[in-house]
Each structure stands twice: as C-alpha cells, then as structure tokens.
Design a protein around this ligand. Sequence first.
Ligand SMILES: CC(C)(COP(=O)(O)OP(=O)(O)OC[C@H]1O[C@@H](n2cnc3c(N)ncnc32)[C@H](O)[C@@H]1O)[C@@H](O)C(=O)NCCC(=O)NCCS
Ligand SMILES: Nc1ncnc2c1ncn2[C@@H]1O[C@H](COP(=O)(O)OP(=O)(O)OP(=O)(O)O)[C@@H](O)[C@H]1O
Length: 200
Amino acid sequence: MTVIIGLTGGIASGKSTVSRMLEARGFPIIDADVAAREAVKPGQKALEEIEAAFGQEVIQPDGMLDRAKLGSIVFHDDEKRKTLNGIVHPAVRSWMNGKKEEYIQNGSNTIILDIPLLFESKLTYMADKVLLVYVDEKTQLHRLMERNGLSESEASARIHSQMPLKQKVELADAVIDNNQSLDHTESQLADILGSWNLTP
Ligand SMILES: CC(C)(COP(=O)(O)OP(=O)(O)OC[C@H]1O[C@@H](n2cnc3c(N)ncnc32)[C@H](O)[C@@H]1O)[C@@H](O)C(=O)NCCC(=O)NCCS
Ligand SMILES: Nc1ncnc2c1ncn2[C@@H]1O[C@H](COP(=O)(O)OP(=O)(O)OP(=O)(O)O)[C@@H](O)[C@H]1O
C-alpha cells in the first residue's frame, strides 16, 4: 500500500528546500505550486476564467499570466483570492491526483504531496501523515523578502493570507524546525523518515 505524505508549511518556510532533500533520497514529489502554474498556461480554461474575473490587466502581452500583478491584487483582498482559488484549485487537485495515480502504478512505496495550503484548503484527507516545515515569523518574513525581493508589507500580506504557522504545528503529525542550518533540517528529516519507516 503506497503511503501518501502531505508536506506543508507557510510561504517561504522551507517546503521546497525539504522536498529537494526528499527528491535527492529518491522520493517522488507532487508539487501543488507546479500544478498551479500548469493550470494557468496559455490555452488552459483556468487562464480564460482568470482573465474574465480579473481583466486583461493580469495577462501579459505574450499571453502568459502576469503573476506579480495578480499577486498584488489577491494578497490584499480575501474575496478576490477566494475567486482565484475557486478557479485554480480544482485544476490543481485533478493534476495532482493524476500524478499520484501514475506513481502508484509505477509501484512507489511513498509519495510526497507538497501542498502549501494543505490545511487552509482542507486537503488533509489526501495524506496518510502530514509533515510540517516550521519557521518563526521573523525568519519567514526575512527569507521571503530576500528570496522574492518583496517589501515588508508585500511579504507580510502574503504571510497573513495563510493560516498562522504556529496553528499548523498542532495539526501536523511531525514538525521540522527549519530556523537553523540546512544540516539541522536534514537531520530532523532523516529521523522522521526513519521513525515513519518510509522508503521511496
Ligand atoms: C497569486 C499567484 C499568481 C502569485 O504567483 P507567484 O509566482 O508570486 O507565487 P507562487 O505561485 O510561486 O506561490 C508562492 C507561494 O505563495 C503562496 N500562495 C500562493 N497562492 C496562494 C493563495 N491562493 N493563498 C495563500 N497563499 C498562496 C504559497 O505559499 C506558494 O507556495 C499564484 O500564487 C497563484 O496563482 N495562486 C493561486 C493558486 C494557489 O493557491 N497556489 C498555492 C498552491 S495550491
Ligand atoms: N534552513 C535554512 N537556512 C537558510 N535559508 C533557508 C533555509 N531553508 C530555506 N531557506 C531559504 O528560504 C527561502 C524559502 O525557502 P523555500 O523556497 O524552500 O520555501 P517554500 O516553503 O518552498 O516557499 P513557497 O511557499 O514560496 O513555495 C529560500 O530562499 C531558501 O533558500
């Protein structure tokens, strides 16, 4: 029976960092952010629905979604973010389920679902166990500003559009403290993989 692990956290808490460590150990990763980018490629229904809902201003001259523009709208407006989620999330779920079936067919023992909004979108039913990548808010803000070149207010708006990470700690089956070095993160990951007896 294939074990499904939900990998989650908050924006810039270190999910991709941990999923790269898992990938390096041979675990298949299904990334919701990748699914969300696939869903809004030119020609996809979701992109047409986004244009209908948000206007031409969020579409670049080359027909691609203007992610920065749309982000500047939805991370400051809960209702508009709900509209976007309603358009994109069904396509994300169906893409992830398709990939999951492929890996199950290929005989994977364990599949990692990297889902930033696992708790917010009530997707815990998709996972047998949930692994949270935790970081304190100050570090999260600094790393997000640094990585994305965002102002403090833009970064803070993104962080506060999600469930507080502290709240997610209580809901997860295991937590990786990603506040310190990458080695420290990796050694916690190794311990969890061992205690859960997970193989790729
Ligand atoms: C708003 C968009 C265009 C901004 O694109 P951008 O390239 O700046 O960010 P990217 O997609 O790489 O997401 C970065 C991180 O932002 C956070 N985030 C993204 N979307 C959301 C959302 N709707 N609500 C809360 N947090 C979000 C996640 O932590 C994600 O890992 C994009 O995030 C998007 O299409 N979001 C809607 C789809 C979605 O909810 N994706 C999250 C995974 S399911
Ligand atoms: N332990 C660490 N020490 C220092 N920097 C780190 C550590 N872990 C992650 N980072 C850096 O913090 C930033 C956010 O990490 P990462 O991209 O893995 O987060 P994420 O949760 O995948 O973000 P998103 O929600 O946007 O997908 C990156 O620039 C990454 O290199």
